[in-house]
Design a protein around this ligand. Structure first.
Ligand code: ATP
Length: 273
């Protein structure tokens, strides 16, 4: 503690305040990122361990303190191994930032609206027949890693084709369809499952996979439940559950048409995909 105090500058310059504010912001973001995940429990456990270790040193319990210090050292090696998937996810979230997004061709509003109508056609038909559906609509984040897990299609988006893909017991019905622009890029794709503990247990893996992808990308994911026929949309790691047709349409319009309109002018020019 004393050495820490000695390390502090005698005069506080604006740069020191900026330094502290950046650290505070990073800690806040880490807490926000791990909240509701397995890592939250681990962080609490480590804090308790550090508190015990400091307390044992303070009152002179040298053997206990030695054990606790060794455990902490061991954790430095164990944590990256145990939490490799979570750390990968956290880095992916970091990469979700605008810096890494690709440039896209801007589309006319009516072309996006027409595509939404075709997707809505499939969602409505599937909700009626209680057919499980998982449709990913790409925005700016790159999704090649996920399209590569499925069967490549490169077909124009149409209600008939989407309906056909999700017919139960057909080769492509399992997994997600990924739409990018006016193309169905792939079907039967595997998406990363969300490990958020706050997701209702009533929702199964289809919903968890939909939410999972939106935690690591800016894609919008439409889900129809096979059990209830209800339509949900996952976006930014959150699920809007049991939406009416009107609400679904409105959500997609806002997420896709208005999103397109909000792009700064330099993003509307395609350079390289
Ligand atoms: N990681 C994944 N990526 C893509 N699709 C997945 C993934 N996990 C599950 N699915 C799809 O979800 C189906 C299983 O759905 P499950 O019944 O577990 O989920 P659910 O959310 O309860 O959906 P429903 O309400 O439709 O039953 C699988 O057959 C598969 O098509």
């Amino acid at each position: 503690m004393q050495s820490f105090m000695q390390g502090l500058p005698a005069i506080v310059y604006p740069i020191n305040i900026l330094d502290i504010l950046i650290i505070a912001f990073v800690i806040y973001k880490i807490i926000e990122m791990i909240s509701g995940t397995r890592a939250e429990q681990l962080a609490k456990g480590i804090l308790i361990l550090i508190a015990f270790s400091a307390f044992s040193e303070l009152i002179g319990l040298s053997t206990i303190n030695w054990v606790l210090v060794q455990v902490q050292r061991m954790l430095i090696v164990a944590i990256p191994v145990i939490f490799a998937p979570e750390m990968r996810r956290a880095l992916e979230k970091l990469g979700k930032g605008k810096v890494w997004r690709r440039r896209r061709v801007s589309e006319a509003e009516d072309a996006v609206t027409r595509r939404i109508d075709r997707i809505m056609g499939c969602l409505q038909a599937s909700a009626g027949t209680k057919t499980g559906v998982l449709i990913v609509i790409a925005r700016e984040s790159r999704l090649e890693e996920y399209t590569a897990t499925g069967i490549q299609l490169d077909a124009l988006v149409s209600t008939a084709l989407l309906n056909n893909i999700f017919v139960i017991n057909t080769p492509l019905h399992d997994g997600a369809v990924i739409i990018d622009g006016d193309r169905i890029v792939a079907a039967s794709c595997y998406l990363p499952l969300s490990d958020n503990r706050n997701i209702s247990k009533a929702l199964g893996t289809r919903h968890r996979a939909g939410i999972g992808l939106t935690e690591v990308s800016d894609a919008v994911v439409c889900i129809v439940s096979e059990e209830t026929g209800s339509i949900s949309i996952a976006c930014d790691g959150k699920l809007s559950y049991d939406l009416s047709f009107k609400e679904t349409n409105q959500f997609l319009q806002e997420a896709l048409v208005q999103h397109e309109g909000q792009l700064p002018f330099w993003k509307k020019w395609q350079v390289f995909q």
